[in-house]
Design a protein around this ligand. Structure first.
Ligand code: NAG
Ligand code: NAG
Ligand code: NAG
Ligand code: NAG
Ligand code: NAG
Ligand code: NAG
Ligand code: NAG
Ligand code: NAG
Ligand code: CU
Length: 647
């Protein structure tokens, strides 16, 4: 039975935290508990500037809305307050993504439930006390508005199939691919209720069969899928992987199988497509870290695994694959320090990846097998509190680092999440390996968790470059200029060579995967001031001319100088509409112009002055906004750096 007392304590903590909104307390490399959510953070996404939507499954949270317990809310990262949202159907293990028009969509879930996560009688009938609708085939939509009053459109739209644990991936026209899952909950997929197929949103007819999701039973829930540059879909489940052709509905290429650990839920490796940069020619390489090394036939069925996972260490193994290489292979990468299941990668704007969350022992999921009653029904144990940074450009052997990083305070076990915020910090939420809200497990770290903990990168308190004034970026067809002031360059003209503009989709976080998460560095060149003052211009190309590389929709843009990012600016990638993204050829950028060589004699340099870099306004480039009628409302000027009041 859910207990109320800790929920009340949590609510009190939230009010207390609200009073202390100073981000100046942030300890670089450390973290702080910034408040308490009203619903446990099973799913998380950055919905608008300073806003994060938190979704839970239907359960007995103390907070109530419209006469039922709440399972959704929007958190304000500045005010550290939230407003409840009226989610209507059961979002238990749903999937989600942003559409190319800026609306967020959440698909699937489970049937409506009552206390204990049990079916209600009669089934599929909305009944007391939770009054939730059947979410199995639900398609829910959320479009934020500037009044901060928008809520979910839920209970009105449905997919062709029920999908518990579906994967959603964005496509080049801003529409969505929704695939896999099964009819109802269980530890792993059961053949009898498998959904080895996919469909689209907006709908394009019946679900389409995909044999790969039968071949990889029972390890096919939340199949790991990324749209690749060619338009093929890279899909990984079990120990197998394919490139799938969505035009012909057939496998384009079978990829090698790995002998490494299982990666999909409930083995739950940490996964990410590595940053795409001009230096790597936007090569798409995917990293998988940890998971659980157990053969397919031991994972069991909906009732639970065929072995006790709790005393078994999760895997330390990291593997990388470039699915569209001519001969893709699973390349062994540096090991994790400890084995990890449910570890989560979050891009930082500097091009490194934060890795945190999860457990050292066991797996994701839960079952009633009671291997260790202290843990309740959790199948994972030994939460790992130590965040790490992964540097994809570092030499092998030195890619993971914990230098200067303190352990986190809150355990993040099954059903926990982490997401990038505009200021480059990472918000962590959730942890709830329970069928319903529970504060009664003897090992209290498996109880339902509401605390929100924010992690701060080592550069958090450094002076930041100016926030980009960019609202929309088209695919190809132009460039835009960003003025770089002396302070943007830390009064060091050589730093102009390190300046770059990056765009990040923070993704839809759930179950250790931030679905849709991508990082792309825009191509750029620079012109350094030639008069000896510190400053210049960064010439930034629009998105590469291929919407498969980085799909249309909401993202954040950061100006990064010498590894220190600005505050992220919300931008729309593409037209802001579903359909043709009006991709144009890339234009060429002016050649970079270095600062003049320092005068060797006669001391001409004089006092590194003019730190303001003169005017903050950028020069307009003839290439901007000329592409085929796209509303290329690109920023030509920078927001005054005084807005970025750090340091
Ligand atoms: C985006 O497209 C979806 C799917 O067609 C639609 O439900 C939603 O209302 C659209 N959002 C906006 C802001 O137009
Ligand atoms: C849920 O169902 C299980 C199995 O029938 C039962 O043991 C449990 O007591 C039920 N929980 C609640 C809160 O009704
Ligand atoms: C909506 O929220 C944002 C971010 O917290 C805030 O800046 C803005 O003022 C709010 N709008 C209204 C109308 O309250
Ligand atoms: C970079 O990628 C593009 C598109 O895939 C390709 O045409 C080009 O040859 C590549 N360039 C290099 C230097 O590999
Ligand atoms: C569990 O209880 C211990 C001892 O009371 C306390 O220090 C710790 O913070 C609790 N942990 C959680 C996750 O509540
Ligand atoms: C200026 O920046 C460059 C790298 O961008 C660095 O190598 C150099 O040491 C810096 N100079 C000073 C005086 O800090
Ligand atoms: C970046 O822009 C330069 C200058 O236009 C061009 O030579 C180069 O090929 C571009 N790089 C990529 C990866 O597109
Ligand atoms: C940002 O860009 C818009 C559109 O180009 C412009 O109107 C506005 O003045 C710019 N804001 C700043 C602070 O530079
Ligand atoms: Cu789940």
């Amino acid at each position: 039975m859910p207990s109320r007392r800790n929920a009340v304590a949590a609510a009190a903590a939230a009010v207390a935290a609200t009073a202390a909104t100073s981000a100046m307390a942030a300890t670089p490399g450390g973290s702080e508990i910034v408040g308490s959510s009203s619903v446990s953070g099973m799913m998380l996404f950055n919905s608008a500037p300073g806003k994060v939507v938190i979704l839970d499954k239907t359960e007995g949270n103390a907070a109530r809305i419209n006469g039922h317990p709440a399972w959704g809310e929007e958190w304000d990262t500045q005010k550290r307050t939230s407003r409840l949202m009226n989610v209507v159907t059961n979002t238990f293990c749903a999937g989600g993504m942003s559409l190319g028009n800026g609306t967020w969509a959440v698909f699937g879930g489970n049937e409506n439930v009552g206390p204990g996560g049990n079916s209600t009688t009669p089934r599929f009938s909305t009944t007391a006390p939770y009054y939730d609708g059947d979410g199995g085939a639900a398609a829910r939509f959320y479009t934020p508005n500037s009044q901060n009053t928008s809520d979910w459109d839920d209970g009105n739209h449905y997919m062709k199939r029920r999908r518990w644990y579906p994967t959603v991936e964005a496509l080049a026209d801003g529409t969505l691919w929704v695939g896999g899952g099964e009819d109802y909950g269980g530890y792993v997929a059961d053949e009898g209720q498998n959904q080895p197929n996919f469909e689209y949103w907006p709908p394009r007819g019946d679900a389409i069969n995909m044999d790969f999701l039968t071949q990889t039973l029972p390890m096919n829930l939340y199949p790991l899928a990324w749209l690749m540059a060619s338009g093929l879909l890279f899909v990984q489940a079990g120990q197998d992987a394919i490139l799938y052709n969505l035009d012909t509905n057939s496998v384009a290429k079978g990829l090698p199988s790995t002998t490494g650990p299982m990666k999909v839920y409930p083995a739950s490796a940490g996964v990410a497509m590595l940053p795409m940069t001009p230096a790597n020619n936007y090569t798409q390489e995917v990293l998988f870290c940890g998971g659980v090394q157990r053969p397919l036939n031991e994972w069991g069925n909906g009732a639970g695994p065929l072995y006790n996972p709790l005393p078994i260490a999760a895997s330390k193994v990291c593997e990388r694959i470039t699915p569209e290489a001519s001969n893709p292979t699973w390349e062994q990468d540096d090991d994790l320090i400890n084995g990890r299941s449910m570890g989560t990668f979050v891009y930082l704007p500097d091009g490194k990846l934060w890795f945190g969350q999860g457990v050292r022992m066991g797996t994701g999921g839960y079952s009633g097998q009671n291997y260790n009653k202290n843990l309740g029904i959790s199948l994972g144990d030994q939460p790992d509190f130590q965040p790490m940074l992964y540097d994809p450009t570092a030499p092998k052997g030195s890619r993971f680092s914990t230098d200067g990083l303190s352990p986190m305070q809150v355990q993040r076990m099954y059903h926990s999440t982490a997401i990038l915020l505009e200021d480059g910090s990472v918000l962590t939420a959730g942890s709830n390996p329970n069928a319903d809200v529970s504060f009664d497990n003897p090992a209290n770290y498996t109880n339902t968790e509401y605390r929100l903990e924010q992690w701060y990168p080592t550069w958090y308190n450094e002076a930041r470059p100016t926030q980009p004034n960019v609202t929309q970026i088209a695919y190809g067809g132009g460039s835009f200029d960003v003025a770089l002031s002396g302070s943007d360059l830390s009064n060091n003209i050589t730093n102009i060579k390190t300046a770059k503009m990056v765009v990040i989709r923070p993704g839809f976080a759930t179950h250790g995967v931030n679905f849709g998460q991508r990082y792309l560095e825009l191509n750029s060149t620079y012109t350094a001031n030639q008069d000896g003052s510190v400053g210049g211009t960064l010439h930034v190309a629009n998105m590469p001319p291929n919407a498969n590389i980085f799909q249309p929709g909401p993202a954040m843009a950061f100006l990064v100088v010498n590894g220190i990012p600005s505050i992220g600016q919300h931008v729309m990638i593409g037209t802001g509409q579903l359909g043709d993204q009006r991709v144009s050829d890339a234009t060429s950028l002016p050649a970079s112009q270095d600062p003049p060589a320092p005068k060797t004699s006669n001391g001409g340099g004089s006092g590194s002055g003019s730190s303001s870099g003169g005017t903050q306004s950028g020069q307009s480039s003839g290439a901007v906004g000329t592409s085929a009628g796209v509303v290329a409302s690109l920023a030509l000027a920078a927001v005054a750096s005084a807005l970025v009041a750090f340091a």
